[in-house]
Structures are given as structure tokens and as C-alpha cells.
Design a protein around this ligand. Sequence first.
Ligand code: NAD
Length: 367
Amino acid sequence: MPQSHRIAVLPGDGIGPEVMVEALKVLNAVTKSHNFTVEHETYLVGGAAIDATGGPLPEDTVKGCEAAEAILFGSVGGPKWENLPPNIQPERGALLPIRKHFGLYANLRPGVCHPALTHASPVKNELIPNGFNVLCVRELTGGIYFGQPKGIEERNGEPVAIDTMVYAKSEIVRIAKVAFEAAMGRDKRLCSIDKANVLSNSVLWRETVEEVAKDYPEVKLSHLYVDNAAMQIIRRAPDFDVLVTGNLFGDIISDEMAMISGSLGMLPSASLGKTTESGGNFGLFEPSGGSAPDIAGQGIANPIAQILSLAMLLRYSLGQAAAADSIDQAVEKAIGAGFRTGDIFTGAEGEIKVGTTGMGRAILENL
Ligand code: NAD
């Protein structure tokens, strides 16, 4: 009997549904070639859900996600819903409650610059002659964004703002394990980013990461202060393999990685929660970019971020690493053969300009 899985598909708004079509074609092909099955049910989310039901995250969608091993998410939002009250806006009213409901504590954001696309990176080409491939692991549910007390109060006749950075050791242990496990499946190098010269939080962070490291003797662990890390990533991105950091620093460092990678349309992301029956983690997988209303409906969006989000889903939630590898390689080959959507097209010799379906087809042909 082939192994069978179930996932929830939430295409959302803007380019979400267009790029999702291509990801589902890839899913169909890869399940056949690797002999497993994935049942996938599609649910409303974001602006599309507001239009149909009045709210961005219908009960039916939450139930569908609860019955699944993972969520393949497109993107939500757009000008049509921008003036609604904040709590029912597509992003805040759908993505944040999903993260909370499913306890998605680990955010994985690859920062990848393909060797053929180094010209799209704002980093000087001589610093990244062969591109780079870094995975940023960010703690997503703790730290200064959620610590109490929090707020603005009156002290000595003036407003005073308070945010509290709190990390329990158990929170650091679980995110460190995700990062070490990820490093084990890659080049076995992990750089932990903190501010241990100033913050008590970071002292505990560093001690705890060192402790967890004892269970992963094959992984070469290093540490950088966040200010230095921000500079080193620009200067020598190819030297890094996996980065692990807290919520606040990860928010900034993962965006820095995305920026130097060159194109938003190429970058997937994963938010992981509890362990599932297949031994992976329940997770939400989505492109790093948004719904791109400026190009939606034109058939020109790059489907690669969505297709690589599917690859991450197969790897981290369903334990289908071989299928994930073959998708990653097919994307590499399509890029290597010169296929380019508008966001990565430069007009250089050998480039072939394609739309969303053309890029999907090029990847399928290389699977
Ligand atoms: P965006 O990421 O949607 O777009 C930024 C730029 O990148 C645009 O020029 C867009 O055309 C381009 N781009 C993004 N993905 C692309 C792709 N796959 N192929 C080609 N080009 C691509 O960010 P924005 O313009 O700030 O936001 C637009 C909407 O998306 C807003 O409503 C915002 O709230 C929402 N948003 C949603 C998510 C999410 O669903 N997780 C994340 C970010 C923004």
C-alpha cells in the first residue's frame, strides 16, 4: 500500500490561486513518481473568504486544517479589503489566528540565490560567484513580541512604553532542535544569532543551544552577535548553512536574507508546530511574498515560491524527503535551462521568458 497523506490547500487571494494551480500539478506528478498519495481539499481564506462568508477564516477552513497533516497556503490580502477593521483584515484575521491555533513556533525561511541568478541580488557578484543557500530558523511564538507586561503607561507625567523579552528554556530547546535537525539534513553547520553581550535572554539562549548541541556532535555550531551577523551575511552569505535565532532578530535577519536573495517570487517559507503521525511537524507552508495585486490575474507571477513551499511541506510535514529533493532539483534545472518569469528575466542570452504556466511546465518536464 502506498503511504497516504492529507493536506489542506488554502489558495487565498491575488496571485495565490494562480500559482497554487502549478503547485498542485507538481504534487500530482511527484506523488505518482514517488509512489505515495496526498488527498488535498481546498478551503477559503483571506479576502476570498470575506467575500463569500463575511470573515477571513471560516470555521470550515479551520476544521479542514485540523483534519490535515499540513497546510499549503497561497497568499492573502489586497486593496479591496484594506479598509476593513484590522481584526478581520485578510492577513491579521487569518494568518495570525492560524499560527496561534496550531502553535506554529518555528519559522523556516530559506534564503537562496541560484548560481544563474546572482545578478538579481543587490550583493556584489564577486562576493557570491556561485550564489548561496542559507536556511534561517526563527522562533515565532515567544520573545519580545509576546512577553508581558507590554503597553504604554504614564510615569512621572510622561508616556512610557514597555515591551518584555521572555524566553523559557523549553522554548529555546525546541527551536534549537528544529535547527539542528535541519542542519543534519543539509551541510551540518549551524550559526546561532543572539546578543549575549547585552541581553540576559541571549545568555540563556546561548547556554541552551550549547546544551542541545551535545545531542548533535556532527553539527558544527558557531555563534554571532546579531549586529555582527547582519554585516557578515552581506559580506559572506555563502559561508552560512543554517541560522537559528529568536523572534525579534529572526524577523529582521530573515528579511535581510530574502532581500539579498534577489527575487521574492522564488522564496518559500514554513511555519512548524507539533509532531505529526508521520514523524514530521504539522506546518503551514507559503511563499515569502504576498498576493502581488499589481500582477494578479495576468498569468505572469512566478510559481516557484509556491512550488518550493510544496517541497518544504513534503520534507518537513510528510517525511517525503526524496520527493522534496526531486522538486528542488527540477526547479534548479528549469532555472539552469534559462526559463524566467518576468521578475527574474534580464534579457541575457539564453533566457526564455515564460508566464506562470510556462514556468510550471518547465519544472514538470524536469521532474
Ligand atoms: P507582495 O509580496 O505581494 O509584492 C511585492 C512585490 O513583489 C510586487 O511588485 C509583486 O509583484 C512582487 N512579487 C511578489 N510575489 C511575486 C511572484 N510570485 N512573482 C512575481 N512577482 C512577485 O507585497 P505587498 O505588495 O507589500 O503586498 C500585497 C498584498 O499582499 C497586501 O495586501 C499585503 O497585506 C499582502 N501580503 C500577504 C502576505 C501573506 O499572505 N503571507 C505576505 C505579505 C503581504
